[in-house]
Design a protein around this ligand. Structure first.
Ligand SMILES: [Zn+2]
Length: 336
């Protein structure tokens, strides 16, 4: 308990609070800029059990903000989940830490989240966030949403039926490619660490049943312009997810969503059927990628793979048979 001395001195936590935290279980979905900071915070705070899920490998461009990784991990070609677990165990050997190298999808997400006391969003895409929302409502587990871009970020805490869920606030997922991502707009490590720390703080309040102090609406901030805005949000009684228990993102069969189609080729078929072709082409061009576009598809070569994107959101990714990599490339170059 000695290692928690300083946080136990904080009245809202105390010895009893700390003992409680040591019995709690948290899952962190995505271990990049947000996930590494959340994991670091929660492990050092003594949450009893931490599960980390991530599908990617570490790249040099991650190191400016993904605080658990270093150059050695890249030399060893380690997946993020493994490198994170290794480092976190060195930080706190009193608690249990497990990791999973996986693309979180409609088939595995319920198993991943079952039995957890809280789900933390460390993802970089909307598709997975809508999937987390469905799962959290279905399994009645609180989750904390966090997102960053450039110098701005947003945090919101969802306690099923107590605060508005993601679909109460944004019933429709925006068209693929319509939302800017960190791959084009960039991101600063100061905002990722702030948003991730706010997510961690929300988690601790929830784990201590101090729900009166959580962020019930949308907390927006831009730390370059110093704009901080709180937007009050309300539960939508007609919400498809928390009002009607219909879980569209969870119901999408994974086999339909991503599968190996032929030799060294993967098809991705997202639930959203509308894309913002113009914005996707614009984004690719801004990354200096040559794009072939006709009435049927958008085609481009990137990172040794050929991607063909159809206007219904479906994409064929050639020259890989790694589903995790294909999903990752889709989210990086196409969106969501
Ligand atoms: Zn809702």
């Amino acid at each position: 308990m000695e290692r928690y001395e300083k946080q136990m001195l904080y009245g809202e936590i105390g010895i009893e609070g700390q003992k409680k935290l040591l019995t709690k279980k948290a899952v962190i979905i995505g271990c990049g800029a947000l996930g590494t900071v959340i994991a670091n915070n929660l492990v050092r705070s003594g949450i009893g059990y931490i599960k980390i899920v991530d599908r990617d490998y570490i790249e040099i461009s991650n190191l400016n903000r993904q605080i658990l990784y270093d150059e050695e991990d890249i030399k060893e070609n380690l997946p993020k989940a493994i490198a994170a677990e290794k480092k976190l165990k060195k930080i706190n050997s009193d608690i249990e830490i497990t990791s999973l190298i996986a693309d979180v999808n409609s088939v595995n997400i319920e198993d991943i989240c079952k039995g957890m006391d809280i789900i933390l969003d460390g993802t970089d895409n909307l598709q997975t966030r809508y999937l987390i929302n469905d799962t959290a409502i279905k399994l009645n587990i609180p989750w904390v949403y966090g997102a960053v871009i450039g110098s701005s970020g947003i945090v919101h805490t969802i306690i099923p039926h107590e605060t508005p869920c993601l679909r109460c606030m944004f019933p429709k997922i925006p068209p693929i490619g319509s939302v800017e991502t960190c791959d084009t707009a960039g991101v600063l490590n100061m905002i990722t660490s702030i948003v991730a720390s706010m997510e961690s703080m929300e988690a601790i309040k929830i784990l201590l049943n101090q729900n009166e102090n959580i962020i019930k609406g949308l907390q927006f901030m831009d730390i370059w312009t110093n704009d901080y805005e709180y937007i009050d949000m309300k539960i939508d009684e007609n919400c498809i997810a928390c009002g009607n228990n219909k879980f569209e993102f969870l119901e999408l069969n994974k086999e339909e969503a991503v599968y190996i189609c032929g030799k060294n080729s993967i098809q991705i078929n997202p639930i959203q059927k509308n894309i913002s072709a113009e914005k996707i082409v614009q984004k690719l061009k801004s990354l200096n990628i040559d794009v072939i576009q006709n009435a049927y598809f958008i085609k481009f070569l990137v990172e040794d793979v050929q991607m063909t994107l159809f206007y219904d959101g479906r994409a064929i990714i050639k020259n890989t048979d790694d589903i995790n990599r294909a999903t990752s490339l889709y989210s990086r170059y196409i969106g969501n």
